[in-house]
Design a protein around this ligand. Structure first.
Ligand code: B12
Ligand code: SF4
Length: 447
């Protein structure tokens, strides 16, 4: 059976490849490989595909030394809802001409699987599906992933997919594929879920690997929607994780690994400590990245030292705010005291103050800007690098209620770049806060 997997375009004001790979799709591919299916992948966002550089006559954007980087992008017409936003709107990913050319050389599949990322990226998903449907009319196309899960009704009504799959049970996914293609799978071939590697070999070239050593989170913050996507908190066997890391490091010389975990440091004794000790003992030469913030509460000097020795680059701590009342109101994943302790541990382990990154959340409904200013100034005094994370409202979460949106609102309004701009009078304040964070970051780098 022939399966075509597609990671669609992103339409947004900005997008950056912060070690972002379609892990769900690659995991499904891992299972289909075990079942001996013929698989091809078109990742519209693959910056390293040699055909992109060739198509752009050597002008494809370059990677950073750690493997992340800018996507190739082209300006496109803004959706009406964004007309008043004074920024360019872009399609991120390969030029459609190249996508169509690649499809032209792709044998007709029996089924097409398309994934989706952020809810507000749906126009890029729709464009991708339209191109696929034009090339392969009649081939069943399933849409899954984050948008398909959080905005299932919207996707069913508007995406053009034949089936919108909501859920994450791999065996249900395989059953659906088997029904639609009238193929019997020999399930006795399958290993356990955690033992199946995401099928990264589908990429012609890789500069990093993403790792998800756990799913879910033991917390339930009022603005976060992990529990809409996963049923429970689960951690993988540390030996399996290290096996995966060693496999990609030794076989493909991959040096950069990004953790996608929501709660990497939770239950550290039985999880991350064992993983890092093993990485060190096996003498693997690796850079680890944590684009999702780490829980300050669970940081200890032992973990910080292991992180340093194992090769963590610019660890990120999720602080969000220094206001205690807000910390408690939103789920209390950390207190300011715990945050300061985490910073001290990291510094004692050898991380320079400016090599520690800190997330501060901006744009949460009901939060006044002086709170964000205080948080920025607090972190700036300690000397860390500040990342302002713009709030994205997620239907089904507590804070969504106070966002002024409803379940039927267009998902374009979930965009983290525009949500904090809902009130035009806020724009100058937001800009001044961004400048404040930027200036502090500059000062701390120069120091
Ligand atoms: C890793 C991660 C990131 C990474 C990379 C994201 C990426 N790959 O693009 C980083 C750190 C960069 C990131 C950034 C952000 N993220 Co994020 N992120 C996640 C996280 C923790 C995991 C996503 C993931 O890879 N899951 C693992 C894979 C295995 O799951 P999956 O892809 O969904 O696949 C499963 C199923 O969906 C299914 N499936 C997938 N594809 C398909 C296809 C078919 C055909 C089928 C049948 C099934 C299927 O199979 C899999 C089975 O397990 C999620 C939370 C979560 N629990 O999912 C938040 C999440 C997606 N992020 C979120 C947010 C808010 C953000 C930020 C806006 C944060 C901020 N304020 O800056 C930024 C925005 C990024 C941007 N604009 O570029 C929100 C969603 C927001 C939204 N409106 O959609 C989430 C849900 C977290 C939350 N706060 O609630 N994120
Ligand atoms: S701790 Fe992080 S991942 Fe967990 S619920 Fe809170 S924001 Fe979400």
């Amino acid at each position: 059976m022939r399966v075509l997997l597609v990671n669609p375009y992103i339409h947004d004001f900005a997008a950056f490849d912060l070690w972002a790979k379609p892990l769900g799709l690659l995991k499904i591919a891992g299972f289909l490989k075990e079942l001996k299916c013929e698989i091809s992948l078109i990742d519209c966002l693959d910056r390293l595909d040699p055909s992109l550089n060739e198509f752009l006559k050597g002008k494809a954007p370059k990677s950073s030394p750690f493997g992340s980087g800018q996507y190739y992008s082209e300006e496109i017409i803004k959706p009406d809802l964004y007309k008043s936003v004074p920024r360019k709107f872009k399609r991120h990913g390969m030029p459609p001409g190249l996508f169509k050319k690649i499809l032209g050389g792709t044998p007709k599949p029996d089924i097409i699987l398309v994934t989706s990322g952020m809810t507000y990226w749906y126009p890029g998903v729709f464009e991708t599906i339209e191109i696929l449907k034009h090339k392969f009319p009649g081939v069943p196309l399933i849409l899954g992933g984050i948008y398909a899960n959080i905005c299932t009704k919207h996707a069913k009504e508007k995406s053009g997919a034949d089936i919108v799959f909501s859920g994450n049970n791999i065996f249900e996914i395989l059953k659906l594929i088997s029904t639609l293609t009238k193929t019997e799978f020999d399930h006795s071939r399958l290993k356990k879920d955690d033992e199946i590697l995401p099928y990264y070999e589908l990429y012609p070239k890789l500069s990093y690997i993403t790792l998800r050593t756990s799913s879910g989170c033991p917390f339930k913050c009022s603005y976060c929607g992990w529990y809409l996507l996963e049923d429970k908190f689960h951690q993988m066997d540390p030996c399996l994780v290290v096996g995966h890391i060693e496999y990609f490091n030794k076989k493909y010389d991959i040096r950069n690994f990004a953790f996608y975990d929501e709660a990497l440091l939770y239950n550290a004794e039985n999880h991350v400590i064992k993983i890092l000790q093993n990485v060190i003992n096996r003498n693997l030469q690796i850079n680890f990245h944590t684009p999702n913030g780490l829980h300050a509460r669970f940081m200890t000097l032992e973990i910080a030292k292991l992180m340093k020795r194992a090769g963590f680059i610019q660890p990120r701590l999720a602080l969000e705010t220094t206001k205690e009342e807000r910390q408690k109101q939103t789920g209390f994943k950390t207190s300011t005291k715990e945050f300061m302790n985490a910073v001290e541990c990291l510094k004692s382990a050898g991380f320079a103050p400016q090599d520690i990154a800190v997330n501060i959340l901006i744009g949460l409904p009901g939060r006044d800007f002086s709170e964000i200013k205080d948080s920025i100034e607090f972190v700036a005094k300690l000397g860390q690098k500040i990342f302002l994370e713009e709030y994205s409202p997620i239907p089904g979460t507590n804070d969504f209620e106070s966002s002024g949106l409803t379940a039927d609102s267009d998902p374009l309004l979930h965009n983290n770049s525009i949500f904090p701009l809902f009130k035009p009078e806020d724009l100058p304040v937001i800009q001044s806060l961004k400048k404040l964070a930027h200036d502090h970051n500059q000062k701390n780098t120069i120091r």
